[in-house]
Design a protein around this ligand. Structure first.
Ligand SMILES: *Cc1c(COP(=O)(O)O)cnc(C)c1O
Length: 409
């Protein structure tokens, strides 16, 4: 695309003004918001205010005076519209991994007479570990069957299926499942579905209620910009809330935590999925970043995300055939990321980062680029693609310094 045209796309972008809400280092093109969203001015200010005015000035009284105690539900209610859920059906707490353990255990108990759990081998490792361990520990003789391709799921949807556990958008390839169709298929045989929205919330439209999803979990530090290790969230369908029970019975999930009674009585609704004291600083930061979404046109966000991905693919493929597209070419089937395969993926990404374009690499050969529509510009996408192609064409990644692996890739 001609440079004039690209600049025009940015000028005409209705979301362009939101970029100013983020703190982004100069001379850096950040295409890794799918791993760690950048800090927002609002989150930075919220952390300062929470420390100074609440923790600092009000001390323990802030649990009431600053209403810390209701932050899990309040932040959950802010996330709800982004995932098509009722405000009372989402709660913010713990990490995605812990929330997976809670909802998987609840789902497995609700389908105790069935033995099979189905998920994809390519799923994020924590999801795989949790599914295995939860199935083994539930005590109903359940086991996990891994499929290598989404096309193989269909054949395993039968009367023995207890839980279908899927990540809506594949973390490596960006491949997006049809949530409504798969949920309906599983429900037709009486099974439950757990959706992981780690790469969906804040990236693509999600309609949990419309899809009749049973359980969902998701991440606060990726497209929601809650900060490193931000609390995650979980969703329980209103139809299941009275019967679903999670194993990590902690005092924050108790109906009356400050009665300090020795017997556990779960709170009503999704509140019973809380466990311990919420991490207030992380929740305040997440709450502040979520304020950016108030009134956001989610259709415009999706349209821009698709256009950014298409532009990146077109710019790379126009001049380079060494990089093999690993994501769906059809933007409607893709999350808000684009991945390419190359045997030297690690070294290429290191070279690219050295040149100011931050994406990431996923073993063994995936170069991954996330396009967060709230702050990514069309010019950034073209510049990133051009630098990537130059590094590959000129083999600039061959330098030995690009081959040393760090602990986090
Ligand atoms: C990022 C991600 C996680 C992260 O889980 P944590 O508990 O936050 O470490 C889990 N599952 C998927 C699919 C992810 O993409």
């Amino acid at each position: 695309m001609e440079r004039d045209q690209v600049l025009r796309l940015d000028r005409e972008d209705a979301l362009a003004g939101l970029r100013d809400a983020f703190i982004l280092p100069a001379d850096t093109i950040y295409l890794d918001g799918n791993s760690l969203g950048p800090v927002t001015h609002a989150a930075r200010q919220a952390l300062i205010d929470t420390v100074d005015d609440e923790w600092g000035a009000q001390l323990i009284g802030a649990w009431n005076s600053a209403d810390w105690v209701h932050l899990p539900s309040r932040v959950g209610a802010l996330i709800a519209p982004l995932i098509g859920a009722g405000v009372d059906d989402v709660i913010c707490c713990d990490s995605t991994s812990i929330n997976l353990a809670k909802v998987m255990a609840a789902a497995l108990d609700l389908r105790a007479t069935r033995s099979r759990v189905v998920s994809e081998r390519g799923n994020f490792p924590t999801d795989l570990y949790m599914a295995e361990r939860c199935a083994a520990r539930a005590g109903h003789g359940q086991h996990v069957t891994w499929v290598d391709s989404a096309a193989d799921i269909e054949a395993l949807i039968d009367d023995d299926l207890a839980v279908l556990m899927l990540t809506h958008v594949d973390y490596r390839t960006g491949d997006m499942h049809d949530m409504k169709a798969l949920t309906a298929r599983a429900h037709a045989v009486g099974a439950l579905v757990v959706w992981d929205l780690a790469h969906s919330a804040g990236a693509v439209p999600v309609h949990l209620a419309d899809a009749d999803a049973d359980f969902a979990v998701g991440c606060g530090y990726k497209y929601l910009n809650g900060g490193p290790g931000a609390p995650a969230f979980l969703y329980v369908s209103p139809a299941l809330q009275s019967e679903a029970s999670q194993p990590l019975a902690g005092w924050f999930g108790h109906a009356a935590p400050f009665d300090f009674t020795p017997d556990y009585r779960p709170a009503d609704g999704v509140q019973s999925f809380l466990t311990g004291t919420p991490p207030i600083l992380g929740m305040r930061a997440l709450e502040a970043s979520l304020s950016l979404w108030r009134g956001a046109d989610l259709a415009a966000v999706r349209a821009k995300s698709m256009a950014l991905g298409d532009l990146f693919i077109d710019t790379v493929e126009a001049v380079c055939d060494e990089l093999v597209l690993a994501s769906p070419r059809d933007a409607r089937r893709r999350g808000s990321q684009v991945s390419f395969r190359h045997p030297a993926a690690y070294a290429i990404m290191q070279a690219l980062i050295a040149e100011g374009v931050i994406g990431d690499m996923r073993s063994p050969d995936i170069l991954r680029f996330g396009f967060a529509p709230l702050y990514t510009r069309y010019v950034d996408v073209v510049a990133a693609a051009e630098r990537l192609v130059a590094i590959v064409d000129e083999r600039r990644f061959d330098a030995p310094r690009y081959r040393q692996k760090a602990a986090v890739t």
